[in-house]
Ligand binder design. Structure first.
Ligand SMILES: [Zn+2]
Length: 186
């Protein structure tokens, strides 16, 4: 089963601390399996590997307690995480890079966040569009798909691109061979 790096979990826990209350945090933890609760109480390590289900269940619990239980917060969480990680750890990208360089660097980060699959991209500067494909990820999940799409969307915005369309073209959850997202900008 797929695993996610602690760096994907830590911004979500920070989101609770920054935007939520202690009571909400307890309510979120109470929705998780005992072993996941224990991991979080013990302290998530940046470099640790955790079950993808922990990332998915934590995101869903936050959406339920702090949002409307309609998955809208999944997108906001991913955008928050993207900004946290890219604005701090990978700030260099934005100082030195063109959007194409940043997209390629972000795609290369995949194996730092997940131990399964790869993220391929096709950046078309002339047509002002980029497609991403998640290939061979061994645990298709709608929540994870929303997360990846929102993460890339925020990354493109942080590059200074003004997006006019963001689309999930196909998804393994709907029996496609892989997940694919398409973004167009002005
Ligand atoms: Zn998908």
């Amino acid at each position: 089963m797929a695993k996610a790096k602690g760096t994907t979990l830590i911004p979500r826990l920070k989101y609770i601390d920054v935007k939520g209350t202690p009571a909400q945090k307890e309510a979120i933890l109470a929705l998780l399996r005992p072993e996941f609760q224990a991991e979080i109480r013990k302290g998530i390590l940046q470099a640790g590997w955790y079950p993808l289900d922990l990332l998915v269940d934590l995101s869903l619990a936050i959406d339920k307690v702090m949002g409307k239980n309609d998955l809208a917060l999944i997108r906001e969480l991913a955008r928050f995480a993207s900004e946290e990680v890219l604005n701090t750890v990978y700030k260099m990208f934005f100082r030195v890079g063109s959007p194409e360089f940043i997209v390629s660097s972000s795609a290369n980060l995949w194996t730092r966040f997940y131990n399964s699959g790869t993220l391929k991209f096709d950046f078309n500067k002339a047509e002002k569009k980029v497609t991403f494909q998640v290939i061979d990820f061994d645990q298709p999940s709608h929540v994870h798909c929303l997360t990846i799409m929102a993460w890339m969307e925020k990354t493109l915005e942080l590059c200074g691109l003004k997006l006019r369309a963001a689309q999930c073209v196909q998804c393994r959850e709907k029996q496609a061979a892989h997940c694919e997202y398409l973004f167009r900008w002005e």
